[in-house]
Design a protein around this ligand. Structure first.
Ligand code: 5GP
Ligand code: MG
Ligand code: MG
Length: 188
């Protein structure tokens, strides 16, 4: 008998599931089709920001039916983990030269957008042919303005701290197959 683990159903620390494994698969297929359509004949490079975006990257790249390259960057944001300061240090740079190429930044979640704004400024100085963002989730709630405008958005997300599908709390829960909200007692 096949039994589903807590990674794909309900982890005891999770209070609410916002996006199920099935929701996510649909979102990724839709984004992959849009990107496949838009990047015909281009020299596509996907760049994921470690570590949160690795799960989305792994799924998205397989939903894009085009020749493409991938690369990774790691940045560390000063300040607390839950809140972005916009001051970013590059911890791991690209291995690839992106000059003249069509770069698509693959991000797990866009909140203030300050991290990405900094990254885009840095990457655009390397003269890519184009530079766009695919964000799996976007916390574009009322009264909150992100510093950048992503071309591709998987889903809109309430202004809550979410985990799973690559997103962590204190480096845990990245391996959940869904996106959810933790029980309040987990944070304290
Ligand atoms: P921003 O610079 O857009 O405010 O923050 C973006 C980064 O903060 C994301 O790439 C992610 O690493 C982290 N982040 C923002 N919101 C959340 C959240 O709800 N959950 C988790 N786990 N990380 C988040
Ligand atoms: Mg991130
Ligand atoms: Mg994190």
């Amino acid at each position: 008998m096949e039994e589903k683990s807590e990674l794909s159903t309900m982890h005891p620390d999770v209070e609410t599931i916002l996006f199920s494994e099935e929701d996510i698969a649909q979102i990724v297929q839709r984004l992959g089709a849009e990107i496949t359509r838009d990047y015909q004949g281009k020299d596509l490079v996907l760049i994921a920001v470690l570590r949160g975006a690795v799960v989305f990257m792994g799924d998205l790249m397989r939903a894009i039916d085009l020749p493409l390259a991938i690369d990774f960057m790691a940045v560390s944001s000063y300040g607390s983990n839950a809140k972005s300061s916009g001051i970013v240090r590059i911890v791991k740079d690209l291995d690839m030269d992106i000059k003249g190429r069509d770069v698509l930044i693959v991000e797990d979640i866009l909140d203030s957008g300050l991290t990405l704004k900094y990254l885009m400024k840095n990457l655009s100085s390397r003269k890519p042919a184009s530079l766009e963002v695919a964000a799996f989730l976007w916390k574009d709630v009322e009264g909150k303005q992100a510093a950048i405008d992503p071309k591709y958005v998987g889903a809109h997300c309430p202004d809550e701290f979410v985990v799973g599908y690559g997103l962590d709390f204190a480096e845990r829960y990245r391996n959940l197959s869904y996106v959810g909200i933790l029980k309040p007692e987990v944070y304290s």
